[in-house]
Design a protein around this ligand. Structure first.
Ligand code: DCM
Ligand code: MG
Ligand code: MG
Length: 251
């Protein structure tokens, strides 16, 4: 979970959207299989370009972004559920000679972040409950402490907070049917609410990051403002588990 820590002293400059695909969910001590980072400067959200499509213009995906997408051999069996949603399997990583989460990944991440203008905020959908603690677990298993200067924020947390503030508007909550009044913040449903089609390549790391950025663009000013005051320090995130995750039983 994200515990309260000092927010940035000045507005966030760079938002680095992240999604991880992995071998399973939390109790199985998952290992990362795919990571995608897309860095977008605040300027792009404050000065959006629009398509001229009807019925209403949609914001164009920002043109000046940096991307880092990496396949990582998880060296651990995928749960049937994870394999089914992601379409990934262990044989494919072996056949394509993919390396495991190693020191080269750490250097790639560090170099990627070094090129972004600070303050930098890592952004993920369910980041506080999944992506941030999982990345922390993998980095801790390598015995390295990186990303100490960066902040992080969970878009589900931000959307829930904004919906609570604006309870007349319900701007993010997605109600799948007139009968289903359950609050729904699933990424593909939010995307459908705004774009009237489902996103491409759901449950691939890059597909989910692109979908998240396009959802974020719909309320970018409010979300950025919330993150300026509520982002937490990445170094305050607790690892999802200790060790290399290889001994846990699959559940
Ligand atoms: N995951 C899972 N079972 C699901 C949904 C997700 O095991 N029903 C795991 C595997 C995914 C990871 O969570 O790689 C991240 O999910 P998402 O694709 O939503 O980012
Ligand atoms: Mg995800
Ligand atoms: Mg995903």
């Amino acid at each position: 979970m994200c515990t309260a820590s000092d927010p940035p002293h000045k507005p966030i400059e760079t938002f680095v959207f992240m999604d991880l695909e992995a071998t399973g969910l939390s109790p199985s001590q998952p290992k990362i299989a795919e990571m995608c980072l897309i860095a977008v400067n605040r300027h792009a959200f404050e000065n959006p370009q629009y398509s001229s499509s009807s019925p209403r213009p949609a914001p164009l995906f920002p043109r000046l972004v940096d991307k880092l997408c990496i396949c990582i051999n998880p060296d651990k069996p995928f749960t049937p559920g994870a394999s089914s949603v992601t379409g990934l399997n262990n044989e494919a990583f072996d056949e394509n000679k993919k390396q495991s989460f190693n020191v080269h990944i750490m250097h790639m991440i560090t170099a990627f972040f070094s090129r972004q203008y600070p303050p930098i905020c890592l952004v993920a959908h369910s980041g506080c409950t999944y992506d941030f603690p999982l990345l922390k677990a993998e980095l801790s298993a390598l015995g390295v402490s990186v990303l100490d200067e960066i902040y992080c924020a969970d878009t589900i947390k931000a959307m829930k907070a904004l919906d609570k503030e604006n309870n007349q508007l319900h701007q993010f909550i997605y109600h799948p049917s007139p009968f289903g009044r359950k609050k729904n913040y699933k990424l593909h449903d939010l995307y459908f609410k705004f774009y009237k089609v489902y996103p491409l390549n759901s449950h691939s790391a890059e597909g989910d990051v692109i979908a998240l950025i396009r959802v974020f663009q719909q309320h970018a000013r409010d979300l950025m403002h919330w993150m300026d005051s509520n982002a937490t320090q990445f170094n305050s995130i607790r690892a999802m588990y200790k060790g290399n995750g290889k001994c846990a039983s699959i559940s």
